[in-house]
Write a protein that binds this ligand. Structure first.
Ligand code: AVJ
Length: 341
């Protein structure tokens, strides 16, 4: 039979909850308090993020879509010459919205070489949707979906050692990582070493990387993109507390925390925070934990780093990648980079 679809799970529900518990225990004991953005994306969080991508202030998704639409054909042509034998597998990290994937798959399928689509995400539901959509448009395509956390399970991706693999990491999601974590991820994709696990085992390596990055711009626009007038981003940020209440039996009062979007000019990243509007005590029953908040004390919930051409080129080169193409939208808001191993 041609194609087919499999879902491989490296993150069961129980492992997910254990990972959340560990992050919360560590993050709420730290000074300053911090929670990783991974846990934003329950059903409500994914829905709210979808709304964010349509906000007038949040230009990123529209810009990236426009870049892809304009340059997808050139991307496919470029890959034909840059990757010996062509690209037969597309890996998509954080498989995201189906529209970008659809454009990308269509462009790659046009070369007649594409055989496999490997969407990778923490959310099994998002994966079945992405997989089904891909199969509907490309009946011969084998879909090998993988449920995992890219901070841990990259080495387990079914990348064929001999194959022509393009990894797509779109949406600017790499900006959620700090520079050392970005370096580790890029190196791991390039070398095939499972560095996150400290393992010396070889996974397959990618031959090409398509990377979406948001670009440095006027701080007022950046802050507005993370503090929209309709309050959708504020709801998205606070939803993290709802996740903790539900998954870990916490008793966060959502009205007790204000949404903050702060531009860190030195690190060149946006920081989202939740600010306790009063002194308060929160219980996290499942962790047998009591957490004190001073008035004005903040939890950092996300960093979203912004880039420029030189910075992307430098970080890619440090990981052994050559920047082959840089495509920005006409306003210079967002860029897609094509890197070749
Ligand atoms: C999905 C990580 C790219 O950082 O802009 C949107 C998430 N957070 N609004 C971003 C997000 C607040 C988004 N990424």
């Amino acid at each position: 039979a041609r194609g087919g679809m499999t879902i491989e799970r490296h993150l069961t529900d129980a492992q997910r909850t254990a990972a959340l518990a560990a992050d919360v225990r560590r993050g709420l004991a730290a000074t300053p308090k911090e929670l990783p953005p991974t846990w934003f994306y329950d059903t409500t969080g994914s829905m709210l993020f979808g709304k964010i991508t349509e906000l007038p202030e949040y230009y990123q998704t529209r810009a990236e879509r426009a870049i892809l639409a304009t340059h997808a054909a050139q991307l496919a042509t470029e890959l034909e010459t840059a990757v010996p034998g062509g690209v037969d597998s597309l890996v998509e990290l954080g498989s995201g919205t189906s529209e970008k994937t659809r454009t990308l798959l269509a462009a790659l399928a046009g070369t007649g070489r594409l055989r496999r689509f490997i969407p990778f995400d923490v959310d099994a539901e998002a994966l079945s949707r992405a997989g089904a959509a891909a199969r509907a448009n490309h009946p011969g395509l084998a879909v090998h979906a993988v449920v995992g956390d890219f901070r841990q399970h990259l080495g387990l991706l079914p990348i064929q050692p001999a194959g022509g693999t393009l990894v797509a990491f779109l949406g600017g999601a790499i900006g959620n990582l700090r520079p050392p974590e970005r370096a580790a991820l890029l190196t791991e994709l390039r070398s095939g070493l499972d560095q996150a696990n400290g393992s010396r085992e070889h996974g397959g390596r990618a031959q090409a990387l398509l990377l979406g990055t948001d670009l440095v711009k006027e701080p007022a626009r950046l802050v507005a993109a993370y503090d929209d007038s309709a309050g959708v981003t504020a709801a998205f940020n606070r939803n993290l507390l709802t996740v903790l209440n539900r998954e870990l039996g916490a008793d966060f009062d959502l009205r007790g925390f204000a949404h903050v979007a702060h531009w860190d000019a030195e690190n060149r990243w946006i920081e989202m925070r939740l600010r306790s509007v009063k002194a308060q005590t929160v219980k996290v029953t499942a962790l047998d934990l009591t957490v004190e908040f001073a008035e004005g004390e903040e939890i950092r919930t996300e960093i979203s780093a912004k880039f420029d051409h030189a910075m992307v080129e430098r970080e890619l080169a440090a990981a052994g990648w050559r920047l082959a193409q840089w495509w920005a939208d006409p306003d210079g808001d967002f860029a897609l980079s094509l890197a070749i191993a």
